[in-house]
Design a binder for this molecule. Sequence first.
Ligand code: PLP
Length: 224
Amino acid sequence: MSDIAESLEAVRARIRQACEAAGRDPGDVRLIAAAKTVDAGRVSEAISAGVRDIGENYIQEAKAKIEAIGPARVRWHMIGHVQSNKIKYLPALFDCVHTVDRPDMLDRLERYEKPIDVLFEVNIAGEPSKSGADIAGLGKIMEKARTLRYVRPSGLMTMPPFTADPEDARPFFRRLRETLAEMNKKYGLDMKELSMGMSSDFEIAIEEGATMVRVGTALFGERS
Ligand SMILES: *Cc1c(COP(=O)(O)O)cnc(C)c1O
């Protein structure tokens, strides 16, 4: 087995265990391989090993890899912050964008008249240095989201504050789950996805309801 295939097995085992502990079906948790700085060859290896969802942070890097690997074999997820002048590149490259955090992003995406799933990034701890909408901002985004035809509001995403103990992230994951329920109720939406949890804390995220975990280091090793 390649090292990536072995790492994938280990990550899948961790996902299964967390699901078992939480009484959840492992089929309800999608593994997104966070591939920033990982070259197309290693991403292809991950795909051969069974990865079906790839997350990228930067448009240029993603475009080069998608061209090298081909778009049809896997689902491509944008998980990095997107500047307004780069939004035009998203519909052609990605199946799902996890980092919508302002209403004008929705208008710009809708213009392409191409179905695309979006998740709304929430700055759940209100950290000044982080992107993501606060709760008031999220309300404005929801008002817009429910009027669109092509852009499909699918869920919420967050990155909790970094701490040494993954258990510290639990209240933020829980808060995101509660926020999803609140937004669905208030705006008449049926969003289901919670994109939360990374290499160090995805078990906790799964216990709190994650439907998508974004895992880089545990699959590909430390980034240089
Ligand atoms: C890099 C990255 C991840 C994966 O982080 P690891 O700790 O390497 O698993 C997840 N989400 C986002 C948004 C990232 O940029």
